[in-house]
Design a protein around this ligand. Structure first.
Ligand code: ADE
Length: 421
């Protein structure tokens, strides 16, 4: 075959390389494809301005294209300073979707980008971590009167928004996309599970077999990380504060112990709890020489980095995304990706196949918000169950899997009150 210019990815502009990756991701996003086709025909988002604060990835680009096909006027910004894929951002701009995001941007630029997205005066917000909604509620309140509603993608964001709701401060309806079954059972578990291992592997090239891996937090993401680390031959230790989850971890076959004990034996520590200072000074003091620390939770607060700095006499980068801290007592501790979510910092985030379901929920919730404009209260709502089921059915169809249906007799039996036999 003749070699032509632009045959190799390296010969392409960033935007063209990004476009090819966006198309590649779309192969694994059949549900989004169906939604995009329907949206293109029906235009349910016509005239709607949407501001999305999301990880700027090839999967997000596919969501954006579906919303654009539905008639939305969309602007994007990053939901984390280190998660942007610059080629995906360039492709998005090329597709006509203003995208304010640069991998490695500092905190000032991060918030400038959020504010630029808000300047578009959105009718709908999409958030991943609630920084957009928080900025709206604290600094751009004048824009709230235009807003129909919003969605939230992740556990941390839902927790923040529920606290805002509880304090009486929430000013428009939000749908907690994270809490859809077709989101957390797949994206949180299989997506975070695989991509966290991927991020740590890309950053370090370690062998997982034989390592003691401490997973701090046994929510759905923790489940996924533990499962995948065990599958690669690691001995997994779970630390958890919630007794039911801790019991579940025991019965799932993991060792469970307080972090103060695990700190002494672990080779790799992965925080995924959503809380701050999970790994703190006493744990750092107890760790073995060469311990590796990574975070996969939304914010870079789970590992107490200032405490690590206080214990250290110096630090240096030894590989991309790997910083060696030299402790005053001679030990070395390696921090990955500045304590930011390692699956997006050092790898590419959740694979497209699970983002297909998460983003199908997002797109269908956008449509739902428009259809129910003015009818919803200022609450954090669950994803309507019909949307959740529809996403599961579409995904099964796309996978070529059919399932049984109840006979009318079975349905009647399940739905009728009866005495026991
Ligand atoms: N969150 C985790 N992985 C992601 C991805 N690939 N795209 C967008 N958001 C994500």
């Amino acid at each position: 075959m003749a070699s032509t210019k632009n045959y190799d990815i390296k010969d392409l502009t960033l935007a063209e390389a990004g476009r090819r990756k966006v198309v590649w991701a779309s192969r694994e996003m059949p549900v989004m494809k169906l939604i995009q086709e329907r949206f293109a025909a029906e235009k349910p988002l016509s005239g709607i301005r949407i501001a999305g604060c999301l990880h700027i990835t090839t999967e997000t680009a596919n969501l954006a294209l579906a919303l654009q096909a539905g008639g939305a006027d969309l602007v994007l910004c990053a939901s984390n300073p280190l998660s942007t894929q610059d080629d995906a951002a360039a492709a998005l701009v090329d597709y006509g979707i203003p995208t304010n995001a640069i991998k490695g941007e500092d905190a000032v630029t991060y918030y400038e980008h959020i504010n630029t997205a808000l300047d578009q005066k959105p009718h709908i917000t999409i958030d991943d971590g609630a920084d957009l909604v928080t900025t709206l509620h604290t600094k751009r309140e004048d824009l709230i009167e235009n807003i129909i509603g919003g969605t939230e993608e992740t556990t941390t964001g839902v927790i923040r928004l529920r606290s805002l709701e509880k304090s009486g401060g929430l000013r428009y309806p939000i749908i907690a996309v994270n809490d859809a079954q077709t989101k957390y059972l797949f994206d949180n578990r299989y997506g975070t599970g695989q991509s966290t291992i991927d991020g740590i592997t890309r950053a370090t090239n370690i062998l997982w077999a034989g390592k003691k891996v401490v997973v701090c937090g046994y929510g759905w993401c923790g489940h996924g990380i533990a499962m995948r680390a065990q599958g690669l031959g690691s001995q997994v230790i779970i630390t958890e504060v919630e007794p039911v989850r801790a019991l579940e971890a025991v019965m799932d076959g993991y060792q469970v112990m307080p972090l103060s004990e695990a700190a002494r034996v672990g080779d790799i520590f992965i925080t995924i709890s959503g809380d701050k200072n999970v790994i703190d000074t006493p744990h750092l003091q107890a760790m073995k020489d060469g311990a590796i620390l990574a975070n996969s939770g939304h914010f870079n607060v789970e590992i107490n980095i200032p405490a690590l700095e206080n214990l250290s006499s110096g630090r240096r980068e030894v590989r991309p995304f790997v910083e060696e801290y030299s402790l005053c007592d001679g030990r070395r501790i390696f921090l990955l990706g500045e304590g930011r979510l390692i699956n997006l910092a050092a790898a590419e985030g959740h694979p497209a196949s699970v983002m297909d379901m998460s983003f199908a929920n997002q797109a269908l919730c956008m449509e739902y918000l428009v259809k129910n404009r003015g009818k919803l209260k200022t609450e954090v709502y669950p994803v309507p169950v019909e949307i959740d089921r529809q996403v599961a059915r579409l995904k099964l169809d796309a996978m070529g899997i059919s399932i049984d249906t109840l006979t009318p007799e079975q349905e009647k039996y399940l739905n009728s009150w009866r005495e026991g036999t």
